[in-house]
Design a protein around this ligand. Structure first.
Ligand SMILES: [Mg+2]
Length: 145
């Protein structure tokens, strides 16, 4: 990609999965923030408003993926969310899509597949931001015209 490296937050209650996936994604020039539950994800988001993509586990103790998704969308509507699901929770992932998730992937997923989804989601998010910037410029110009 010819844009700045995506800032990605990885949210999953399986610590070894988060650690391994972080290393793999960092090797592909993605900047990674980690969270091990929904609350931590929301805390991270307060400090890092510019997160491009959030990779979100559906099944977590406490706040589950769907609840976390809804809070993420309130706090940072432009951040794109990719849900990670197992066979048992596909329904939840589909529910997530209805609630504004960008896409979902089945666990275990290939790292290349995850990277390509992250890049697609980053592109969408940044195009969206650009449109908002352009609209603001147009608005400002029309007020001065
Ligand atoms: Mg889990």
């Amino acid at each position: 990609m010819d844009i700045n490296n995506p800032l990605v937050m990885l949210v999953d209650d399986e610590v070894p999965f988060v650690e391994t996936t972080t290393k793999r994604l960092e090797r592909r020039n993605l900047n990674i923030l980690q969270a091990f539950n929904g609350r931590e994800a929301l805390e991270q988001l307060k400090e890092h408003r510019n997160v491009d993509v959030i990779i979100l586990d559906v099944k977590m103790p406490g706040m589950d993926g769907i609840e976390t998704l809804q809070e993420i969308k309130k706090a940072s509507p432009l951040s794109e969310v990719i849900m990670l699901t197992g066979h048992a929770t596909v329904e939840s992932a589909i529910e997530g899509m209805k609630l504004g998730a960008f896409d979902y992937l089945m666990k275990p997923c290939e790292i290349e597949q995850l990277v390509s989804k992250v890049e697609e989601a980053t592109k969408k998010k940044r195009e969206h931001e650009e449109k908002i910037r352009e609209a603001k410029v147009r608005e400002a110009l029309s007020q001065h015209g």
